[in-house]
Design a protein around this ligand. Structure first.
Ligand code: ADQ
Length: 470
């Protein structure tokens, strides 16, 4: 079996549980093939007096059979590549938020510079028969840069976030360069059929790509394969966390604390794509419309700090604090606070217990590539007395989790009604929905995702590579 090389913006040690889904997902394949994981160390080197920062020095760490190789970035590169282009342009536009994009012309140069740096540093570490899997929007041009250095290995790309329709994509200055860069891969994977469809429409209209059928496309002297590979969760990993001491303790504690009230839960990174203000407005609407929920329902909303160096994130933080304050101020009583808002990181090991103790999960992003919290909530439930998932139709997960209560998060009243329905739902209906959801989550789990992507990558018929063209 050829060696797997994974490249992503950040690298995680797959032996640590805090590393989360992707690391766990890839750990098996990386372990089996003695793989290599390459990415940014998370460290920024400041320029020494008068000179440029000494970036790009490689650090190697052995994690069992897996080699982790990381490099530092200079302040200038980090600000342009990570804060600027990745999180100030691609993240908002790919989540349909043109209003939040900051199209500073300097960002794209930094984005390209870091992708070139990654390619330059990675190329000498590669073997001819390696299979390379590149992850996410930070690294779209990486394969093109590797090809420019003569790499002919099989290279796949998976986009973890949504891909918007062609006319939204076309608002990005240099969008044609970006999408053309995807043709340096052999396989390009998306989270949903909707995103895959947007890609097909874009390349047909803007790049006059030729549709060869069965997901194969030809343009720019290259033939690539594209498709939807919805990411799944690791059900066994989550079960193990649930039955570990931390998980059990959390469950018992929450059950005791909320024995007289129904618990609603939201767990997100604090991000404007997650629809948090709309969710709180829907909860406020629930309290307003259905007085019987007073004193009987509590929303625990965890919103972990994220990308605090990007301006739009400070705005959403303030909006959220103000909404929580006004809901608690207007509806709270001495013995009951309607919202418990936690702007802190919560250990992954405590999530299954929290989910299991909750009657309803509110997963209501305005846009999301997939949203694994939705799947993790379902997998944590007691099958005899399961909680209900209220899920945004704009999360990639909605294509698969059809038995959830699907809502339009912009429609605050309808969302409030769905939450009410969830709180009232009889146990037979909860069981039936849970069973159907679980069947999907088990079948399309993280191992399915990994295997089906890598299978397609191995089979993708790479034809002539043509001249590298960036
Ligand atoms: P995220 O936007 O981070 O990921 P999500 O899928 O919800 O979104 O979460 C990824 C992982 O982080 C999950 O395992 C979840 O449990 C964990 N997580 C999220 N919020 C947390 C919190 N507050 N505390 C602790 N853990 C938390 C991106 C895309 C998603 C896509 C994933 C995977 O934006 O759409 O599902 O990648 O492809």
């Amino acid at each position: 079996m050829p060696r797997l090389v994974v490249v992503s913006n950040r690298v995680a040690d797959p032996r640590k549980t805090a590393a989360g889904g992707l690391a766990v997902a890839l750990a098996d394949v990386l372990n089996n093939t003695g793989g290599l994981w390459f990415g940014w160390s998370g460290k920024i080197v400041e320029p020494s007096a008068g000179g440029r920062a000494d970036e790009g020095e490689l650090r190697t760490q052995q994690a069992g059979p897996v080699k982790l190789v990381t490099l530092d970035l200079s302040r200038e590169d980090h600000d342009a590549y990570y804060v600027g282009y990745s999180n100030g342009v691609l993240w908002p536009v790919f989540h349909y938020r043109l209003d939040l994009a900051d199209f500073d012309a300097g960002y794209i140069a930094g984005y390209r510079r870091v992708n070139q740096l990654f390619a330059r540093k990675l190329q000498p570490l590669l073997r001819d028969d390696d299979i390379i899997w590149v992850h996410d929007y930070h690294l779209i041009p990486l394969a093109a840069e590797l090809r420019a250095l003569g790499c002919t290995q099989r290279i796949g790309f998976f986009l973890h976030i949504p891909l918007p329709p062609p006319l939204i994509l076309a608002a990005i200055p240099g969008h044609d360069w970006l999408i053309r860069a995807l043709f340096a891969y052999d396989l390009v994977g998306f989270q949903s059929e909707a995103d895959h469809g947007h890609f097909c429409r874009y390349i047909e209209a803007e790049a006059r790509a030729q549709n060869l059928g069965e997901g194969r496309w030809r343009a720019f002297n290259r033939t690539i394969q594209a498709g939807a590979f919805p990411i799944g969760m690791d059900v066994e990993e989550f079960n193990a966390l649930a039955s570990a001491p931390d998980g059990l303790e959390m469950y018992e504690r929450m059950r005791r604390e909320y024995s007289r009230r129904k618990l609603l839960v939201g767990v997100d990174r604090l991000d404007y794509s997650k629809g948090l203000p709309q969710r709180l407005q829907a909860f406020r609407e629930l309290l307003q419309r259905y007085p019987e929920t007073h004193n009987s329902a509590t929303l625990v909303q965890i919103a972990s700090p994220s990308r605090e160096d990007v301006g739009a994130y400070t705005d959403i933080l303030h909006e959220l604090e103000s909404l929580c304050g006004s809901i608690n101020g207007n509806y709270g009583e001495l013995e009951w606070m309607p919202v418990r808002y936690i702007h802190r990181t919560v250990a992954r090991s405590r999530l299954p217990g929290l989910y299991r103790a909750s009657r309803v999960a509110l997963v209501t992003p305005l846009r999301d590539g997939m949203n694994l919290v939705a799947k993790e909530f379902v997998a944590s439930q007691d099958p005899q007395d399961p909680g209900v998932l209220v899920l945004s139709r704009f999360a990639g997960a909605a294509e698969q989790l059809k038995e959830a209560l699907l809502v339009n998060p912009y429609d605050v009243e309808a969302t409030a009604n769905a939450i009410h329905l969830a709180l009232q739902m009889p146990v037979e209906e909860r069981r039936a929905r849970h069973q159907a959801l679980m069947a999907n989550i088990r079948e399309y789990d993280v191992h399915w995702w990994c295997d089906s992507f890598l299978d397609s990558l191995v089979k993708a018929q790479a034809e002539e590579t043509g001249t590298p063209w960036l």
